[in-house]
Design a protein around this ligand. Structure first.
Ligand SMILES: [Zn+2]
Length: 201
């Protein structure tokens, strides 16, 4: 019996690590998995494994990629001259869902948050500057979230990009202040992109 309990506890411990999953939810999910059909539970396990084994950061933009370059960086129909800078993959997905942008991306993999120990070293800002410095990019759209962290990140990116002379714009304030790009409607995202302004500190 002790061993069975250990196995279930292990699952609960792992589930509790997921964002938004508290101890009660973790328990509920664990017992659901326990009684679920084996095929269903294994499909979840395999989906997690595949995401971790088969995807890696794109060499150019840090989007999830199955090869060296992600599908967007490989697509010749996408405008390589305009780069939209987002905090997280889910923001990229939100903009793609809005279907209002035909350029390329740069995923920062986070936002500046000194209190959480996240400094510019933890983000892909240097890679962004190097990418712009290589040439061929005419505009960088800062599409970080309209939060304190997102605004600070945009300011830092703008300061770092200044030496390259590239045009830097910021999404319009159509998004509710403090809101998250990933939760905005497609129309809102499209409008914020459409009405973007030259960045001013
Ligand atoms: Zn890419």
């Amino acid at each position: 019996m002790a061993e069975e309990k250990d196995l279930i506890n292990r699952l609960i411990v792992e589930l509790k690590r997921l964002p938004g999953v508290g101890p009660r939810s973790a328990e509920r999910l664990a017992f659901h998995v326990l009684v679920a059909p084996e095929a269903e539970a294994m499909a979840l396990a395999h989906a997690i494994r595949d995401v971790k084994k088969k995807l890696r950061p794109c060499r150019e933009c840090f989007n999830a990629a199955e090869k060296d370059l992600c599908a967007i960086c490989q697509d010749p129909r996408r405008d390589a001259g305009v780069v939209c800078v987002v905090e997280q993959l889910r923001d990229l997905v939100a903009i793609e869902r809005a279907a209002a942008f035909n350029g390329r991306y740069h995923v920062l993999l986070g936002a500046l948050s000194p209190l959480d120990g996240i400094t510019e070293e933890h983000l892909t800002l240097r890679a962004l500057v190097a990418r712009v410095a290589r040439g061929g990019i005419t505009e960088v759209i800062l599409a970080t979230n309209p939060t304190l962290e997102g605004d600070n990140t945009a300011l830092c990116a703008w300061e770092m990009l200044r030496e390259t002379g590239v045009k830097v714009t910021r999404l319009a304030r159509g998004l509710a202040s403090g809101g998250q790009l990933g939760y905005a409607s497609g129309t809102t995202v499209a409008e914020a992109l459409e009405d973007r302004r030259e960045f001013r500190a």
